[in-house]
Structures are given as C-alpha cells and as structure tokens.
Design a protein around this ligand. Structure first.
Ligand code: LLP
Length: 416
C-alpha cells in the first residue's frame, strides 16, 4: 500500500494532495498531517487489543492540535495528559473524561482540582508528597481520587539519555523498592481510591525487550500488593514505542511489541492502558519548508530554509535525524548541504551534510515530524509559529492558522 506521503508524477503528496499545492495555498513553513496515517497508526494498536479490556491513551504532548485529538478520539482513543492546559485541550476536542489519565511529576493543586471536577479516569501519581496533596485536594472537594502509582522499574530503555525515564537516576516515578509501602499508605488515605499501576520507561525505543522486563517487575509488585489485600484494576504500560526516522531504524511492530505483554497479562483481571505518543503521530506529519538562499562555501555548503530550530527543535536539542526530501526532485549534480534556518545561532540546524540537488525556491519536506515538532516549537526570534494543515483524502484543511507577529507581543506592554 502507498504510504500517506508518496511521490506521484514527480511530486511528493500527502494522500492525494501535492505538497506544492499546500505550500501555495498556506505558505511555508507549514506542518502537514495525514488523517489516514493517524488513523492507521491507532488502528494497529486497536487491532492487537481487539476483544480485550484495553484503552489506548494517546500522549497528548507529542502533538496536541485539536484536529489530531479529534481524529484519534473519534477512533476510540483516550488521552494521557500532563497539564491543565492539555486537559482543557482534550475536553475542547470532545474527549470523554473517563478516558483521560493524568501523568507528570509536578501536578499543582489547581490542576488536581480541575481534573477531579472533570472526573478523569486516573491520576498517575509520581511521589509520596503528590499523593498527600491529592488526598487533601480531593477531601476538600468531597471527592475520591482514582490513582495509580507510576513505578520506576529501573530498566535501561537503551534510548537517548534525555528521553530515557525508567532508570533510578531519573526524576520520574516512585522507586521500585518503595512502591509497595507507598501503596499501603495510599490504600489507607480517605480520599484516595487505589485503582492501578503505571510505568513509562522512555521514548523512541526500537527494541521490545525492555517493555517486557519492566512489565515483569510490575507484575511481581501486583502480586505482592494482592497479598497485602490491595487489588489493582488496571495496568498502564506507558508509551515509548519508537518510529522510523532513517533507514538505520528498524522499529518493532506494534504486534511484536504487544504480544509478549499481552501473553504475560493473559488470565489476569487487569484492564490494560497504554500511552503511545510518537508512534501514533510521528510518521503522520512532515514539516514543509522552502529554500530561501544557497550559500556554497569552501568548507560547507549552507542551504538556508524558512523553517528553523524554533519550529523543529529536535535536531538542535537531541541531535536527532530527520530525513529530508525535495518535494519535486530536480536534475543536476547533488552536493552536500547543511540545512539551516534563519535564527541567529550556530545551533540552528535541521540537518548536516545532506546529499541533495537544490536550487533557491525549492520546497523540502522534513519527514517524521508529526511528533514533538509543533508541540515543542517556540517563538524565538519573534518567529510566528507555522500553520498546521491536515490532509484528508483530496482535501487539505487548515487546522491551525499561522501566527501573526502582532499576536506574539499582544500580551506585552510598554511602561506607562
Ligand atoms: N507517557 C509518559 C508518562 C511520558 O512521559 C511520555 C513521553 C509518553 C507517555 C509518550 O511517549 P512516546 O510514546 O511518545 O515515546 N521530546 C522528545 C520526547 C519526550 C518524551 C517525553 N515523554 C523527543 O522529541 O524525542
């Protein structure tokens, strides 16, 4: 089958729409998402989980555009949120509160209150003081807070240190050895309702083994808790399944990821929750950009494009690789290009040394940019954030207008 981004008559398309048409209509830089790609990524999970008591809670942080949330919600997804802002977003996109879990190490009392009044499915609690605070806030509201403890299973996810979260040295979760005692405390709190157990070991994992290792550790705890008289109703395995960024990546299929997990859970009366982010949206989006200037040099050739590190921070922040392809290939000799943005920093690069045939005005697509792209963008250099477009078959819908410069300083004031 054709991937949602494919070349047809020499031009890169999103579904049936040429990316060159999108650039003409909406300008560049511009994020382009494929509805079909979002849906089929979610369907892969739903297919594996068919017939089971399971809920896929999309990790909203990866891409929080309302249209993305809406497409996923209509297809049965729930949501994993990490802030009041994300909670308001998913509600604006029509989410069912009973399909929302709330993660994060720093939930404020105000955020807890909003989530309790909304009636979310579960708080993924990450520390003893957070548990205390949640109990107090719930008590004040006359409510009971459903919780799981995010347990840190101390497994090495083998991914980039900035996005590896399941090791002892990370700030996330409750230490494995302390979890049992904290569960007992939780069970004794009047406004806490112990519901499940949770973990998240890292992001962009290409290997399935660490997930099973983490689950094995969690199941030992589940059994210990059962003998303590604490019966859990669900197990949340977090997110982290990686995607293809380059030909060097061979991501685990959703099937190969889930089968060992489902095998371990068979026969246990535990509802299964998952929190995939990147895997649902990463390959469903590209960043479309135009070459402004070519600056060939003695040591390096620079292609200055109209997208920058404020749009896609991942290369500058993590040294991440994104494939970059011309929207329409041109004839001529290829050269090695540094693909850089207009921002006044040497760190403002999107890629190093790419073999491409380029001319001023050419359109480039930066691939696999649907996850942690727009969501991590900023307004550095007073650059309005790019427009977002979602393609659905032959239709291209503007799902976020390009920001205006005026809007960027609208909240500011000169001194009286
Ligand atoms: N659940 C929790 C508690 C998380 O912290 C995360 C991601 C996820 C789920 C979703 O993980 P995913 O399935 O997307 O791997 N900005 C980085 C990635 C940071 C991930 C943070 N936590 C990047 O651009 O690679």
């Amino acid at each position: 089958p054709l991937t949602p981004f494919h070349t047809c008559n020499g031009v890169l398309h999103a579904e049936s729409v040429p990316l060159s048409d999108i650039a003409s209509e909406f300008g560049t830089p511009c994020w382009v998402y494929s509805r079909q790609a979002l849906e089929s990524a979610l369907d892969e999970f739903q297919h594996e989980l068919a017939g089971l008591d399971a809920l896929v809670c999309y990790a909203v942080k990866a891409n929080s555009n309302l249209a993305v949330l809406d497409v996923l919600a209509r297809r049965g997804a729930g949501f994993d949120i990490v802030s009041a802002g994300e909670l308001k977003r998913v509600l604006a996109a029509g989410a069912d509160p009973q399909r929302i879990v709330f993660s994060g190490v720093g939930k404020t009392a105000a955020e807890m209150e909003l989530a309790l009044n909304t009636g979310i499915l579960c708080f993924n609690v990450e520390s003893a003081p957070e548990l205390e605070r949640l109990n107090a806030v719930a008590g004040r509201l006359g409510k009971s807070a459903p919780i799981s403890l995010r347990v840190n299973p101390d497994v090495d996810a083998g991914t980039h240190p900035y996005i590896s979260t399941g090791l002892k040295e990370n700030k996330f979760g409750v230490a494995y050895d302390e979890a049992r005692a904290l569960y007992r405390q939780a069970a004794a709190l009047p406004h806490i309702d112990v519901s499940g157990i949770d973990c998240h070991i890292g992001s962009q994992l290409l290997d399935a083994a660490p997930f099973a290792e983490a689950l094995d550790k969690l199941l030992v705890l589940v059994d210990q808790l059962a003998s303590d008289g604490i019966a859990l109703h669900h197990i949340d395995l977090g997110g982290g399944l990686g995607i293809r960024y380059s030909d060097d990546d061979v991501p685990t299929s959703v099937h190969a990821y889930l089968q060992p997990l489902l095998a371990r859970l068979r026969g246990r009366p535990l509802r299964i929750l998952l929190e995939p982010g990147r895997r649902l949206v990463g390959n469903a989006g590209v960043l479309l950009t135009r070459v402004e200037y070519l600056k060939p040099g003695e040591v390096k050739n620079f292609a200055i494009v109209d997208a920058a590190m404020n749009d896609l921070a991942r290369p500058a922040l993590y040294g991440s690789w994104h494939d970059i392809v011309p929207v329409a290939a041109r004839a001529g000799d290829a050269a090695k290009w540094e693909i850089v943005g207009p921002i006044c920093e040497s760190g403002d690069f999107l890629a190093h040394g790419r073999q491409l045939t380029l001319a001023e005005g050419d359109l480039l697509a930066i691939l696999s940019a649907g996850a942690y792209g727009m969501a991590m963008s900023s307004n550095y250099n007073t650059r309005p954030r790019a427009a977002e477009v979602m393609v659905d078959g032959a239709q291209a819908h503007l799902v976020r207008r390009r920001e205006s410069a005026e809007a960027l300083y609208a909240l500011e004031q000169r001194l009286p």
